[in-house]
Design a protein. Sequence first.
Length: 463
Amino acid sequence: MPPIFRPRLFALLLVAVLSFAAAGCGQGGRPTGDSAPTNAAPTSQSAGAPPAETASSRPVELTFFYPVGVTGPLTEIMNGLVDEFNRTHPGIRVKPVFTGNYADNTAKIVTALKGGNPPDVVISLSQDLAYLREIDAIQPFDDLFAKTDPALRFDPQDFFPAFMLNSQMEGKTWGIPFQRSTPVMYYNKTALKEAGLDPEKPPETWDELVDAAKKTMRRENGKVARWGVEIPISGVSTWLFEALALEAGQGLYDGDPTKVFVDTPAAKRAMQWLVDLSHREGVMPEGVIDWSAASTDFTAGKTVFLYHSTGSLSAILKQANFDVGVAFLPKDKQYGVPTGGGNFYILKGIPEAHKEAAWTFVQWMVSPEIAARWSIDTGYAPVRKAATETDRWKQYVAERPQAEVALRQLEYAHPEFAPYQRPQGQKIVADAIQAVLTGAATVDDAFARAQQDADRILQKVAR
């Protein structure tokens, strides 16, 4: 489908995405667990009076928007990398702008576009690809591939294929994977051992998970002191539910941005199982579980099994005072996870010099050594094979084998929910999930209505 960046449609899209961000403020997408300053711009200039600059000698100044969607000090890590880039590339000066969570980030990108002052380069959700194309906001990388810096070893074929699923469209590459992830299951090995279970053999199926959760739960004075499992699905996030639907046989999205699959036997089975964990099995808290609170519960020993992003790995390992295991998400009919996280995008309408400088910045950020460092410091999966071949990464996984789980799980990865009008469509699905979790609607009614509403939006875009 060709770009449709018409003024009237853009205004409607802007209203939709701002509403989406407001609905998910503080918890949209994979909510932020960080609270760094909004405008943290590192400087690379040494102390003292700056040298005289002419117009031709001034560095190209780039504005770089980025979000934080997982637990941990990611703003500090990101700003440190940008500062290092600025020191080693005197002809370019990147100003990093922390934009909040993923939903806030999308809204700020669209607002900047509407105001005629777009950032030069951004990290935005990989699932934003169709939406950003829809509003004609980004430009492809393909013509830049011939302008690579040999020292940075950029190779589009080196990226893991699963991470390219939400990076390419209509035969072109629009996003470069960077802070990418899959959901994984964290578990308390100490709790399993205490319950007489083998801590090296975590549950592999839904039934096994329920059984292990019942055996490892703990009650004190008639109240739950430690839950068996927590699967956080809060705000406008559908990410973990997408995994459940895939495991039940069919995901919500198959890569075609004109279709979504909500009112299906697989999605409804997944939703019913999620409800049953609380109401029938009694192993999970009732209602909507907050993304950030769930990881805190896990590291505090208040839940045994946790579904969360691999991007939270480093923070969880540092915060937990017990032996942490990491495993594939348990399967129902099959294993299945959506990929997630953010890509680099270069915005349209920026000067050619900014485009080339942004390309240099992106190449540097995804170079093997930097990509490996980012993965080690955060927990995000390495996006390319060359990063896993560095000495730094090999030493890390020898000490932290949990970091390899997400990479092995890529064999079962699918594209994340990314239809046209993604923010509005995702909110429709998230509202249906939460209506069921809170008892406001039945599974059949909520999912039938969500399918109708999503189809209506996609039909309007198609026209």
